[in-house]
Write a protein that binds this ligand. Sequence first.
Ligand code: ADP
Length: 263
Amino acid sequence: LESRLRHAQKMEAVGKLAGGVAHDFNNLLTVIQNSTQVLEEQLADPMASTQSLQAITEACARASALTERLLAFSRRQPMQKTALDLPTLIEALTPIMRPLIGNDVIFSRHLGPTCWPILADRQRIEQVLLNLLVNARDAMPEGGELTLKASNHVERRRRIDALGQALRPGRYVHLRFSDTGQGLSDQTLARLFEPYFTTKKEGTGLGMVTVAEVIRESEGAIFVESAPGQGCTFDLYFPAAEERATPSSDGPGAIRGRRSLLP
Ligand code: ADP
């Protein structure tokens, strides 16, 4: 029985991962599809065409990185945490985010001026950004505004986040992601992180599951504020990389051993 249980758990994990990859893959295909369409209309304008071509090339590279991740999972590769500068990462991702969000949404960014580096897996953070972006877009079919803010934050209290985990006092990079869309009802808010929960016709209900996983992996926190018709704001906190270093006991620059959710 135990081995059957373990097998079932493994199958569930693989299924969830495959679903997550399919979800992200679909986002990238949307970029490719939209950019190709735009390109067709713009062929007369070489400057605009160059931008669309760049978006297509980049989406292809990311799509191939995603399939790489699926392979890496079957090889059981650990996450690759590196020191990341969130503002730089967001700027680098903008050519992908722009065509995803569409032309009816104003996309404003307030990044920095400087942020502490965070310790996280780059691809996973990019996934979080794209998932939140696509949800914001879907919530604003008639257009609106999406605002992304990144800044340093010193937490002085202890707060329980939307995943029921504590945000402890310390230094964090705070990422605020807000849209002016339709907002979430109380029922949706309560089930937001539930696997396969979706209110969309073509939804997978896996976008926010991935967001939650990455937040846990990064030992961060997430808060959600929303009401019907009032838009939606996600506050994400990622621990500053230096907070993770223990100067003496574990040797110089050692990274404290932390729990990882990945198998
Ligand atoms: P999916 O996007 O496939 O539905 P998610 O897990 O990403 O799956 O989202 C679950 C549900 O949460 C969505 O179907 C939607 O109802 C709601 N949601 C998520 N983000 C937003 C948002 N920014 N504004 C309004 N509703 C949202």
